[in-house]
Design a protein around this ligand. Structure first.
Ligand code: NAP
Length: 322
């Protein structure tokens, strides 16, 4: 994980699904997702204090406490349980947020804590990064990173000396980070955590225009950014247009690969990516996603076809905004 020297599997696991916002996933199913991922070689779990208001963190703690044989790096996030104003990003709040995550995760020192898509001015504040350095000095956290919405925010964070990781949306429907962010991260030695790799499931090719998601699933209630940044839902791609583009993407999957595995493999192979963190709601999904780590490279002509698909159908929808 970049400068921190921490190690993460190239396919990690996103655990937003184990908290809320994706319809119901019960505790037993949540534990079996974690187990399936770990048994398949995943050694990085991404979570946040806000996922299920701590439920995702506590589920990870419950799982790891029963498996002392596993060495999983856990990246959590902080900052979205309060009003989203820069004034809230201060040392005392950071300490309190860390203390809650330490309790939820059952550890003295958190492996990696990411600012969770804070207001843009936060990235330009020297005091904020000094406070994060203090948390490291106090041994509350081993390393810190940021989870960003835009490429501009990523570049500002990468310029800070002690940022270990940048989490950003990167997938075949979100290519802008390839142009500037990934080269800058490589140069600076900053880890890249690629999130929303399946465009919220779109890139699996399994949805149709008529698919209905649960009422408490953000894919129902945040399609137009009603609750949080629109880019987090289907990568910011219009649903109907996304379904059509996803059908074309699915046809590019090499024999024996699922479209989701093609998306993950495409991400892993981008220079500068440390880990990709697909979210999984079932153990089968977690296993299939982890298997992408062992697939052969994406054929060159498939790379070209994916780029062409993006340029024709997607680019104009997303590049100006994020
Ligand atoms: N602001 C932030 O920092 C932020 C924001 C968003 C996400 N994240 C992190 O990034 C992680 C990943 O992003 P995400 O979960 O939003 O989106 P994602 O990984 O692009 O999509 C997850 C969805 O894809 C489907 N899926 C997963 N594996 C599959 C497979 N093998 N075959 C078919 N379908 C599959 C599932 O949909 P169904 O439920 O329909 O089966 C699943 O809910 C999150 O879990 C979270 O840890 C962070």
């Amino acid at each position: 994980m970049g400068r921190s020297g921490q190690r993460a599997s190239v396919v990690g696991l996103g655990t937003w699904q184990l908290g809320a916002d994706w319809g119901e996933v019960d505790d037993k199913e949540a534990l079996s997702v974690l187990e399936a991922a770990a048994e398949s070689g995943v050694t990085f779990f991404d979570t946040a204090d806000v996922y299920g208001d701590g439920r995702s963190e506590s589920t990870i703690a419950a799982f790891l406490s029963g498996r002392p044989d596993l060495h999983v790096l856990v990246g959590t996030k902080m900052g979205r349980r309060v009003e989203q104003i820069p004034e809230n990003y201060v040392l005392d709040n950071f300490r309190a947020w860390n203390d809650r995550s330490r309790r939820n995760l059952g550890v003295d020192r958190l492996d990696l804590v990411q600012l969770h898509c804070p207001p843009t001015p936060v990235y330009s504040s020297g005091e904020v990064f000094d406070a994060l350095d203090t948390l490291v000095a106090e041994e509350r956290i081993a390393a810190y990173g940021v989870s960003v919405e835009t490429c501009a925010e990523a570049l500002t964070a990468i310029a800070r000396p002690n940022v270990a990781s940048v989490q950003i949306i990167l997938n075949p429907f979100r290519m802008k980070p390839l142009y500037g962010v990934l080269p800058a991260a490589r140069e600076a030695g900053v880890g890249i955590i690629a999130r929303v790799p399946l465009a919220s499931g779109l890139l699996s090719g399994k949805y149709t225009k008529d698919t209905v998601f649960a009422a408490d699933d953000h894919r129902t209630y945040n399609r137009h950014g009603e609750a949080f940044d629109q880019g987090e839902t289907f990568s910011g791609v219009d649903y109907a247009a996304g379904v059509e583009a996803a059908a074309e993407f699915a046809a590019l999957a090499p024999e024996g690969w699922t479209p989701a595995q093609l998306a993950l493999r495409w991400i892993i192979e981008q220079p500068g990516v440390t880990t990709v963190i697909p979210g999984a709601r079932t153990p089968e999904q977690a296993r299939a996603n982890a298997a992408a780590a062992k697939l052969p490279p994406v054929p060159e002509e498939t790379f070209t076809a994916i780029r062409d698909l993006y340029e024709r159908r997607i680019k104009d929808q997303v590049e100006q905004r994020w």
